[in-house]
Ligand binder design. Structure first.
Ligand SMILES: C=C(O[C@@H]1C=C(C(=O)O)C=C[C@H]1O)C(=O)O
Length: 460
């Protein structure tokens, strides 16, 4: 506590010293002040109000945003080009002040629902959202910083008061001891949409489309509602997900009362300058406790014609999409295996060098949705799902991530996720259907995928 009070005093002093550098009264557009934190940051605390949180345990990366310095919403087929226009004007006007020479800059969140037409499920999450937080935390490579952002023009005294208030709320929580674990809780399974029988019909209908060559692959999904006996604690849930899924991106987005949470293994893409890397992840098998059995399952996945076909469809589509915005593509490697504690997947990484001016909005437009979560051909699969899937996906199979002021960044496919309010969690999972798929094993596959979130929820 004493330590955090000292840090608070130091940061406030640094804020007063450096605020004068910022041209708050001149021009328009955001301005960010980046202040180094004296200690490494292991987690980002929750504060009341809107927040987003991205944490990747294996990489040691953490980005969190609180409050709203700016936000832009869009919906419909032009949603990403509409947000791109906003992004471009941000790029031209967003000023960065990094007096501690951390090398970090301000950042924002870009996220969107599975389809451009999906109405917002409630006012929790709009269809597509570009969000600049007022306060942000970043930890990377053993270094951490805090970023304060405001729109210009702004009065110096008002900005100082607001930013000091953020520091008062956040800094005392930074060296809070880790939470003691709770006993694991029983979760009551409520309804599944579709239920088992309707799932069978849905998969058989999809197989008909495939047999009649109208579709090559389609990904169908279900929603499982779970009820806990205590309110789910989002900090504990983040910690449990990061521990159980250290190679996944743990995402937590809250605008109002409800939270959207995911621990996703699938990156839509990472863009750094003119380099891009994207994941093709499709083809799934379970894990086994016994290591010999587990190795057999892995081998089975690597040699299963149905899974390899399902995977190839995604690799080809991602490669084609990247080909439209890359001047050079690296040769495609053989699929490897991505192992999670509840499932293993066929995984291919694709890399390329982008044409100038390509940004996260264009990459998102070209790559999303991949056939890993939608199907092939893209348009036909989406139309078929619009008519046949008995639920709104909302942000499940949409994408979310971080964008930098130069409009590069990284987006993740929103899988292994739940929409959480108080004691109720709606979990989502899907499975790719290709010729040879079987409704019973595809249902089982969704159970394994749902287990990612339900296991962590027991400790939240
Ligand atoms: C659709 C989901 O996962 C996707 C589908 C996969 C498959 O069908 O094998 C594997 C990974 C993901 O791309 C999900 O987790 O809900």
């Amino acid at each position: 506590m004493l330590q955090s009070l000292q840090v608070l005093d130091q940061l406030k002093a640094r804020l007063r010293e450096t605020l004068g550098l910022l041209p708050l009264a001149r021009g328009t557009g955001p301005v960010s002040l980046i202040l180094e934190l004296p200690h490494p940051l292991a987690s980002a605390p929750d504060l009341d109000g809107p927040r987003f949180h991205f944490a990747h345990n294996h990489r040691g990366d953490l980005r969190a945003g609180y409050g709203i310095a700016g936000e832009w919403r869009a919906q419909g087929p032009e949603r990403l080009s509409d947000l791109r226009r906003v992004g471009r004007s941000l790029r031209d006007t967003w000023l960065q002040y990094d007096p501690d020479e951390t090398g970090f800059s301000g950042f924002g969140m870009l996220g969107f629902a599975a389809t451009p037409e999906t109405p917002a499920a409630s006012d929790d999450l709009p269809n597509a959202l570009l969000w600049l937080p007022e306060l942000a935390l970043i930890a990377h490579g053993g270094q951490s910083a805090l970023v304060l952002t405001t729109e210009r023009p702004a009065a110096r005294e008002t900005v100082l008061a607001r930013w000091e208030d953020w520091l008062d709320r956040l800094v005392p929580l930074l060296d809070r001891p880790a939470l003691d674990p709770l006993t694991s809780a029983h979760l009551e399974p409520l309804s599944s949409t579709p239920d088992r029988d309707d799932w069978r019909t849905l998969v058989l209908n999809a197989l008909d489309e495939i047999e009649n060559e109208r579709l090559e692959k389609v990904v169908v999904c279900r929603r499982q509602r779970l009820q806990g006996h205590r309110h789910f604690d989002l900090d504990r849930l983040n910690a449990a997900l990061s521990y159980l899924f250290p190679s996944c991106q743990v995402i937590n987005i809250r605008r109002h009362a409800a939270s959207f949470v995911a621990a996703t293994p699938e990156r839509l893409f990472t863009q750094r300058r003119d380099r891009v890397e994207a994941d093709a992840l499709a083809g799934t098998a379970c894990r086994a406790e016994d290591s010999e059995r587990d190795a057999e399952i892995t081998l089975g996945l690597q040699t299963c014609e149905k899974n390899l076909r399902e995977h190839r469809v995604v690799v080809e589509a991602v490669r084609e999409a990247l080909g439209q915005c890359c001047r050079r593509l690296e040769p495609t490697e053989e699929p490897r295996i991505l192992q999670l504690n509840n499932a293993q997947h066929l995984w291919t990484r694709l890399r390329g060098e982008l044409h100038p001016e390509v940004d996260v909005f264009e990459l998102a437009e070209r790559l999303h949705p991949t056939p890993a979560t939608n199907g092939q051909p893209r348009r036909e699969a989406r139309d078929w799902l619009n008519v046949n899937e008995p639920l709104e996906r909302g942000w499940y199979t949409g994408a979310a991530g971080i964008f930098e002021p130069d409009l590069t960044g990284e987006l993740w496919v929103l899988l292994r996720c739940a929409h959480i309010l108080d004691r109720t969690a709606d979990l989502y999972a899907g499975a790719g259907i290709v010729a040879g798929s079987d409704p019973v094993s595809e249902w089982r596959e969704t159970e394994h995928k749902l287990a990612a979130m339900s296991t962590a929820l027991q400790f939240a």
